[in-house]
Design a binder for this molecule. Structure first.
Ligand code: CMP
Length: 139
């Protein structure tokens, strides 16, 4: 299995409720390494660009409003099989369907306000890491 990198966002709902530490503890507890981290409040343009693949979805406007309402914590994570492993740590998109012990089960509220984002494939991870850490030497 190869060492991979993935992009993680602790979403506004989890940051607002003081769950940054709780989310990072689950990430590190799963053996993933935080290679880069920044806290910022996204602009509408940044959120629209990041979620461009969803722009035709009915929930796109709601998603952009939510992601820009208060600060987020953006991380580049690294580890063996990091993309799939982090998705396991997050749990299902809908917190009601997420397994016990996952980020979304513990900290998410509903399918829109679900505490965390993680890249879903190698190609999206490369795009997403470059989007928020442009030209940054993460190695
Ligand atoms: P995320 O992994 O950040 O990628 C796209 C996001 O869209 C997803 O998490 C959800 O938070 C959000 N999303 C997916 N389906 C819905 C929905 N039906 N209503 C609102 N938001 C949604």
């Amino acid at each position: 299995m190869a060492t991979e990198r993935t992009l993680s966002i602790i979403k506004p709902d989890a940051v607002e409720k003081n769950h940054i530490g709780g989310v990072v503890a689950l990430i590190e507890g799963a053996g993933l390494k935080v290679k880069a981290m920044r806290m910022t409040q996204l602009t509408k343009a940044q959120a629209q660009g990041f979620y461009a693949v969803h722009k035709e979805r009915p929930f796109f406007g709601e998603l952009v409003d939510f992601m820009t309402r208060s600060p987020v914590v953006i991380m580049c994570l690294e580890g063996e099989n990091a993309i799939a492993r982090y998705r396991d740590v997050m749990g299902a998109t809908d917190p009601k369907k997420a397994a016990e012990g996952t980020i979304r089960k513990q900290f998410g509220s509903n399918i829109g306000e679900n505490a965390s984002h993680g890249s879903d494939a190698k190609e999206t991870a490369a795009f997403e890491i470059g989007y928020f850490f442009p030209g940054f030497e993460i190695g």
